[in-house]
Design a protein around this ligand. Sequence first.
Ligand SMILES: Cc1cc2nc3c(=O)[nH]c(=O)nc-3n(C[C@H](O)[C@H](O)[C@H](O)COP(=O)(O)OP(=O)(O)OC[C@H]3O[C@@H](n4cnc5c(N)ncnc54)[C@H](O)[C@@H]3O)c2cc1C
Ligand code: SF4
Ligand code: SF4
Ligand code: SF4
Length: 559
Amino acid sequence: MDKPFAITLDVRSSLANHTGTWRSERPVYVDGLPPCNHACPAGEQVQAWLYAAEDGSYETAWRRLVNDNPFPAVMGRVCYHPCETACNRAELDSAVGINSVERFLGDEAIARGWRLPEPSAPTGRRVLVVGAGPAGLSAAYQLRLRGHEVEIHEAGSQPGGMMRFGIPTFRLPRDVLDAEISRLLELGITLRLDTPVTDLVRTMTAGRFDAAFLAVGAQLSRRAYIPAGQAARILDALEVLGQAAAGERPQLGRTVIVYGGGNTAMDTARTARRLGAEEAIVVYRRTQAQMPADATELREALEEGVQIRWLRTISAVGGGTLRLEKMSLDDDGRPQPTGEFEELTGDCVILALGQDVDRALLDTVPGAEVVDGVLQVDATMMTARPGVFAGGDVVPSTRSVTVGIGHGKAAAVNIDRWLTANPRPDPALATSSVPSPVRVGPPAPDPRRPVPFGRLNTWYYSDAPHRTRPRLEAARRTADFGEVVGGLEADTALYEARRCLSCGNCFGCDNCVGVCPDNAVHTVDDARGYAIDLDYCKGCGLCAEECPCGAIEMEPEPT
Ligand SMILES: Cc1cc2nc3c(=O)[nH]c(=O)nc-3n(C[C@H](O)[C@H](O)[C@H](O)COP(=O)(O)OP(=O)(O)OC[C@H]3O[C@@H](n4cnc5c(N)ncnc54)[C@H](O)[C@@H]3O)c2cc1C
Ligand code: SF4
Ligand code: SF4
Ligand code: SF4
């Protein structure tokens, strides 16, 4: 955007305008909370890293981003980007392509070999992380940055959790995942693979751990009771996805039926098409509007020829034939059986009905509370057992990679505070009584409310239609597991970053300097860059009115 034409005299040159006592309001510069930051479950400072990317300072942008999230290349591929749903620019034309710029920065970092920040000085405290999925890896990263020794115990043979064993490679190529995980481990995090934790207290005692973070996810596939004949082939979605992710080609047959309506169902049906199924049919008991699958995933599945039978349940499976019951919605929107049936032929049925948490390990945590199948934590993400924290799919929340990463970071911050409040007892001063652990309250919440669209002065922003990412033609997608969605080029990433309206945060346009009729606003050599000389300001509010991004607010004059 061109800077607006600055009008008047030299700063503070109109001495006759020295303010008396008649001002009732004064302008103040604020750092507003951009809606994108507020909506990002990983707590990214989106506006701040977009601001750096706007002039091509990509490494600075990436460094700001990885303060909160060490997986930008993964996020730029799998995050459902609630930040874009919240973006104010959507009210002007369309949301800033935050997710695509994030992917660009992530890919750029891998290509250029940028390293993560160095950890702080060693604290001598040891933290056990159970599970190397997104939540565990994020917590390990944040704890390591704070100088703690971190050991991850992972049951599987490779790290990544559902990022590796669930999300198909055509959405998340494994070289990208490997690059971001190994860069994180290089910070000095110990990863023990093929090491399931079966008794938490015993593992903590044996390893002299001061605290633990449980990030074991939800690994048990839900089953449905379906009467099935001898010849019926009923498979589990996670098993099929895991095999495909490992490069195997399970033989599913010509027609594959997938039962479920979430993202796992979409991924499974799309995977089945790539494994050679001529037909992949999803059976879902509700309507499209009620489907939990992400809209983009559904659209891509339909483009790839996946068919959906809405308002149907599977009531029986025989050899090659399924009996479906039609459903109808009751007044509360719940599906109810109609007693009407139809038949469908299929070579196998793959159940994609969601996952449950395995309680085996949780039951070894003294006092741990499990409600509705998930582990309860307080506002600091600590379980009822002092020093044992948890996050990701194992606790009550939306299940996504981004939420897991946010939980990992929040838990790490709280573990760090908890360790500070609970120093390891000095053995020389040992007494017979062990002090009770000190609990720490949650950090103070951000009191700011997201900057609404109405706070912006959009007259100053130029038209800039959104640039979309390239996508592989639908007809070519099912031939193999090649990545479907491409990345932005450097020039389109720059363009997309510049579409950001910088909601609530000054972007240095000089407008306030130019529009002040009393020349009270001037540039200064500090981080803010602008100051208002209250000896000259009359409180007219023009600067606040004309600031494009709502970075100036009028406050009542102090009495
Ligand atoms: C098919 C599929 C597709 C998905 N697609 C997306 C998507 O596109 N975007 C998105 O945001 N989310 C997606 N999700 C959801 C997302 O993957 C999960 O919400 C997220 O991975 C949860 O992270 P987590 O770290 O809590 O658990 P997980 O990723 O499940 O990781 C838990 C780890 O703990 C290990 N573990 C378990 N028990 C033990 C034990 N006793 N000892 C040691 N280790 C143990 C497991 O082996 C695993 O590695 C998808 C999920 C699935 C199943
Ligand atoms: S992690 Fe997701 S929600 Fe957060 S900024 Fe990136 S795309 Fe948006
Ligand atoms: S315009 Fe920029 S600062 Fe505002 S919500 Fe969108 S991305 Fe965030
Ligand atoms: S008018 Fe421009 S320079 Fe002044 S506060 Fe707003 S964005 Fe910053």
